[in-house]
Design a binder for this molecule. Structure first.
Ligand code: NDP
Length: 342
């Protein structure tokens, strides 16, 4: 989209608009603030598929009465290394925040700990939680399922969600190393954004309703998305269903779809988050974090390489000072939403 059709707004404005749109549609201050923070972080790091673009989707979950906008997450202490947060059918961000704060104490004492987030709507990108944990010194992992969009390797019918997994690694004197990736060739949000912007999608992202490869995002949205790397990505999607579904008592992606197939609203789901305190491992002969720097250095010594998360950190520097671009017409509709006009 040409820059002339877009407006530049500050991150404070991103937060204000999102919080306003959720508040006027019935979210409690705590829930509206937590979702607004999630969306602002996504805009800040140029992860548009989880940014302002999602506000109408969050609002629709509230106005249709599907999501409990005033939910208060409840923490259940399961054991020295395990906890569960019941989001009570509210949006995920507030429950995730409660969960990771609980996780820190447990992982510090036990060396390894996990928290499940259940009964929540729409876990967005996973990097905020693994980055937050890695900033506090933990090696961290997160997994979530979604709605059924992805065909298993060799099949043509949707079974898996786009099922992302994220990993965080703390670093001495540098922001954490983080990766966060779908197990499908593209995220759903990217497919939707390509469709909205009239762009073709690469071959390998999706198949149409008849199972044929397609570069048309509209056909791909009707058909099925594909796992990345064929059966290898499909195995990871399967693992995520088991970890963030069966293990923690949350629905599989296909079950979430069967109970409510609407895509314009968030699905009920869950998330598994894990943390390891590296100081619990014997540090002989090298401290793990210093040892890791040798690996990063070796990778970066090759031209054309970068570390996962470097793009986000670069985008962050720019957006904090210059703000972010938003399509003009969409900005107008967000302002109306936040003012309670629509
Ligand atoms: P991408 O393919 O854009 O990126 C995946 C990871 O690879 C990122 O950590 C990225 O770092 C890193 N990366 C990309 N290019 C390079 C490179 N050249 N060298 C080294 N590292 C690189 O992400 P996806 O499209 O798979 O997923 C996007 C987001 O969507 C994720 O945040 C995911 O959690 C979210 N998602 C959420 C779902 C849900 O149900 N809640 C479902 C599916 C996806 P960087 O960010 O710095 O580019």
């Amino acid at each position: 989209m040409p820059e002339s059709d877009q407006v530049r707004i500050s991150l404070e404005e991103v937060h204000r608009l999102t919080e306003g749109a959720l508040r006027v549609n019935g979210a409690s201050p705590e829930n509206a603030h937590a979702v607004a923070r999630t969306i602002t972080l996504a805009e800040r790091d140029d992860c548009k598929a989880h940014g302002l673009f999602r506000v109408p989707f969050y609002v629709k979950g509230l106005t249709d009465g599907k999501v409990n906008g005033t939910a208060v997450p409840e923490i259940q202490d399961i054991s020295s290394g395990l906890a569960m947060v019941d989001a009570h059918r509210g949006y995920a961000p507030l429950a995730i925040r409660a969960g990771i704060e609980e996780l820190v104490g447990k992982a510090r004492v036990s060396g390894i700990a996990a928290v499940s987030i259940v009964n929540c709507y729409h876990v967005a990108a996973l990097w905020p939680e693994v980055e937050w944990l890695a900033e506090r010194g933990f090696v961290s992992f997160a997994f979530t399922q979604y709605l059924a969009f992805v065909a298993p390797a060799g099949g043509t019918q949707r079974v898996y969600g786009t099922n992302p997994m994220a990993f965080g690694w703390p670093r001495h004197g540098a922001p954490p190393l983080v990766f966060d990736q779908a197990s499908s060739a593209s995220s759903r949000g990217d497919l939707l954004l390509h469709n909205r912007d009239g762009k073709r999608i690469p071959l390998g992202w999706a198949i149409d309703d008849d199972g044929n490869p397609t570069t048309d995002p509209a056909e791909g949205l009707k058909g099925a998305q594909l796992p990345f790397g064929g059966y290898k990505g499909a195995a990871l999607a399967l693992m995520v269903e088991l970890l963030a579904g069966a293990l923690i008592g949350a629905p599989f992606s296909f079950e979430a779809t069967e109970s409510d197939p609407r895509e314009d609203m968030p699905p009920l789901g869950g998330e598994l988050i894990m943390a390891i305190d590296p100081t619990h491992f014997p540090a002989d002969p090298q401290d793990p974090l210093s040892h890791a720097e040798k690996l990063f250095g070796r990778v970066l010594s090759q031209p054309g390489t970068r570390l996962p998360s470097d793009r986000r950190y670069a985008a962050r520097k720019e957006s904090v000072s210059d703000g972010v671009l938003v399509p003009g017409a969409f900005y107008q509709s967000l302002q109306e939403m936040a003012a309670g006009v629509v």
